[in-house]
Ligand binder design. Structure first.
Ligand SMILES: [Cu+2]
Length: 160
């Protein structure tokens, strides 16, 4: 009988073998977590830091997940009235060779629209990130609604 701790260690070891951490993947996805704003039909968002370990510039152009009807790349902009709002970023997010790109609250994020699965704290879901180079990286995104915004991050209560 495995102890819970042993089980978690084993689960972590298996996760570390997921494609997102494969040795040959030139894009590393670090510190992924998600937030949800309700049950089925509600929206959610995912945040992480991309690190391009390769020698060529790349760009995150799409994201895919089975847990939502629609997955878009979003950012926040200030409108004419000085109100922050979310907009889709069709051209995606560039990650220069050797560089990083951070997706975080109040800024760039992956938006999950119309959740088809209820996701609560402690749940996780696979998110596939599609890059301009053709590289696809799948990472497991744990839901962490209790996580506080990092210093310098804005939180508008939309979760996105
Ligand atoms: Cu959004």
């Amino acid at each position: 009988m495995l102890s819970r701790r042993t089980f978690l260690a084993a689960a972590a070891a298996i996760l570390s073998l997921s494609p997102g951490f494969a040795e040959d993947a030139s894009i590393h996805v670090m510190d992924a977590y998600g937030r949800t704003m309700g049950g089925i039909g509600a929206s959610g968002a995912a945040f992480f830091t991309l690190h391009n370990m390769g020698a060529t510039d790349d760009r995150l152009v799409a994201a895919k997940a089975d847990v939502a009807q629609k997955v878009e790349l979003h950012t926040h902009i200030m409108d004419d009235q000085g109100v922050m709002k979310m907009v889709e970023v069709k051209e995606g997010f560039p990650v220069a060779a050797g560089g990083m790109h951070e997706l975080k609250r109040g800024a760039d994020h992956v938006m999950l629209m119309g959740l088809t699965t209820e996701l609560k704290d402690g749940d996780s879901f696979p998110l596939t990130l599609v890059f301009e180079s053709g590289t696809e990286v799948t990472v497991e995104v744990p839901i962490d609604n209790a996580r506080m915004p990092a210093k310098g991050e804005m939180d508008h209560g939309t979760g996105g």
